[in-house]
Write a protein that binds this ligand. Structure first.
Ligand code: ATP
Ligand code: MG
Length: 393
């Protein structure tokens, strides 16, 4: 008997070309995720099998639980025989080790040349188990134990436990997006959700020293490094935003400070996105959460770009977002108390329903184009999160 990992793919589209692409990118992502381990991967259209040659099954499973595109992860036992009497004996051997009262047997006959159909295999194995195991009962609907038997061309696979994968599409299948990453709770969750739909991510962070601290910047990098464990390849572009922000503060009505600041952020995000070959902008805005996220604010802010702006948490409640951030491991870092640039320049009474014409008039009072140019020219890019990032904070 040989112990190995069996992967069931996530949300596959049915089109053949897409399926091949899905499996190809997923395999590449898994290979990268497991590069420190001695594994051998074999795949076909419906399953992937991973032999763990150094025996570190638990560690490999933990890594696989962070790969998008996996429906489930199964540790199974494989034998080369498909002989029904052997299948019965192995089933008995496996279930003898387990504690349970009720059970059922589910068979998948992937080898269509196999002479006994799935139902019949399950029936025969079930009967054999009832005969040789004491005090066990079959329960088709709510069994405590399910023995899965998969009969494939190359042998028979047995398993009893299925570990849930995180689903979604393999990262990279959808091209790239530019995500506005702040140190808050929302944007890291937005990042996770975009990754989950297969979007590869580059991040943009607006840094305003000395109004914002080095800790605030490091917090953003720490968040990126936590999320990088789900995908690899995350980059963070740090935009020196101080001069532009001070110019807005000096030249614009304080109630429009945030509206105009965010219009500038969108402009810069769009330009950097184009430069970096990203097709969309993504951020952590949530409808109604603050003055700049009312529908009228969003439309005035969004007016500066034609690029699609995706807001994965737009329709989620704050509590739902918090729960997800706890689950993905970013919450504890997000709640560290370092202020970002938005909180420092927040006026007492920001406009809730800004007027587009007024916003444009205020922007005409200073040369923001050259300040935007400076911002983009002086971007600093961080891309290596492989190294230890624990000492950032
Ligand atoms: P919180 O979780 O406290 O709401 P937040 O990061 O969502 O924090 P908001 O002021 O609600 O803060 O900002 C809305 C969105 O704008 C963020 O989710 C993020 O995508 C983007 N954003 C805000 N500040 C920055 C920044 N300094 N750099 C990059 N993106 C930012
Ligand atoms: Mg927010």
């Amino acid at each position: 008997m040989e112990k190995m990992i069996l992967i069931k793919y996530g949300e596959l589209t049915t089109k053949k070309g897409n399926r091949n692409m899905f499996i190809k990118i997923l395999t590449k992502n898994i290979e990268e995720m497991l590069r420190e381990y001695n594994v051998h991967i074999v795949k076909n259209r419906v399953r992937m099998f991973i032999e763990v040659l150094d025996g570190k099954f638990d560690e490999v499973v933990l890594k696989l639980q962070k790969v998008f595109g996996l429906h489930s992860i199964v540790i199974c036992e494989k034998v080369n025989t498909k002989e029904i009497e052997e299948i019965k004996k192995i089933s008995l051997e496996l279930l003898k080790k387990e504690v349970f009262h009720t059970f059922k047997v589910v068979t998948d006959r992937a080898d269509k040349t196999y002479p006994i159909n799935s139902m019949e295999v399950s029936r025969q194995v079930g009967g054999y188990l009832l005969k040789y195991l004491e005090n066990k009962k079959v329960d088709i609907h709510h069994p405590e134990m399910t023995l899965h038997i998969e009969i494939r061309p190359d042998g028979t696979y047995f398993y009893t436990k299925e570990i849930e994968g995180i689903g979604g599409y393999p990262v990279g299948i959808q091209g790239k997006g530019m995500l506005m990453l702040s140190g808050g709770i929302d944007s890291p969750v937005a990042l996770y959700l975009a990754l989950k739909r297969g979007v590869q991510i580059e991040c943009i962070y607006f840094d305003s020293p000395p109004h914002t601290s080095l800790e605030a910047k490091n917090k953003v990098l720490k968040l990126a490094s936590i999320l990088n464990e789900y995908s690899g390849h995350i980059k963070v572009h740090i935009v020196p935003f101080t001069k532009l922000q001070e110019a807005i503060f000096k030249n614009c009505d304080p109630t429009y400070m945030i509206t105009i600041m965010r219009r500038m952020m969108y402009r810069i995000s769009e330009r950097l996105a184009k430069k970096r070959n990203c097709k969309i902008i993504i951020n952590g805005e949530s409808i109604g959460q603050v003055a700049s996220q009312t529908l009228s604010s969003m439309s005035v802010i969004n007016e500066v770009t034609n690029m699609p702006v995706i807001r994965p948490v737009a329709c989620m409640d704050k509590l739902e977002i918090i729960r997800l951030s706890e689950k993905i491991g970013t919450y504890e870092t997000s709640i560290l108390p370092y202020e970002d640039c938005c909180t420092i320049f927040v006026p007492k009474h920001p406009v809730i329903h800004p007027d587009l014409k007024k916003a444009k008039e205020m922007e005409q009072t200073f040369d923001y184009e050259s300040l935007i140019y400076e911002c983009i020219k002086n971007v600093e890019t961080i891309s290596n999160f492989e190294e230890e990032t624990n000492d950032l904070l």
